[in-house]
Design a protein around this ligand. Structure first.
Ligand SMILES: [Ca+2]
Length: 162
């Protein structure tokens, strides 16, 4: 009976320690991403053995073309695949994208998560809209408007259970 009580006390204690420590082990940062600049350097440094999670408000609008979309669109962009000269060909035009070390480009959009891979720890995170980098089919980033707020959280893989 005594052992059982000890186990219960131990479980309650460790659970509460875990819950208290958890918010500290995951770091959240909010960064502004401008529609009219390709690959913006953030102050987010990728951490080893972490998972990066992001979220953008659904009604946080920017625009890749103020003539066609004067009211803008959200971080998912529009369901039209980008062409060869875009930041990420084949992905939605106007979508939020990320770039890590070793030039790995991530489709981000409104929300999602990715593992920080081996060799990417210590690298800065870059963010960009998916638009025409060289202005091959128009004026590229020059006719873009607005900015969005991206919340980025890095959580240790041990906390997520991976
Ligand atoms: Ca544009």
């Amino acid at each position: 009976m005594n052992k059982l009580l000890q186990m219960i006390v131990f479980t309650v204690l460790t659970t509460s320690i875990y819950m208290v420590n958890n918010p500290k082990s995951a770091s959240a940062e909010v960064v502004v991403v401008h529609a009219n600049q390709a690959w913006q350097l953030t102050d987010i440094i990728l951490k080893k053995n972490h998972i990066i999670t992001w979220k953008v408000g659904e009604d946080d609008y920017w625009s890749f073309n103020t003539t066609i979309f004067p009211d803008g669109h959200n971080a998912d962009g529009i369901p039209v695949p980008a062409l060869e000269s875009y930041t990420l060909p084949g992905e939605n035009i106007g979508m939020l994208l990320g770039k890590t070390g070793q030039d790995r480009i991530m489709s981000m959009g409104l929300s999602g998560s990715e593992d920080v891979l081996y060799g990417e720890e210590g690298c800065y995170l870059y963010l960009s809209m998916n638009d025409d980098l060289i202005g091959k089919f128009g004026v590229g980033f020059k006719d873009n408007y607005g900015e969005i707020l991206v919340t980025v959280i890095q959580t240790p893989m041990s906390v997520v259970g991976k």
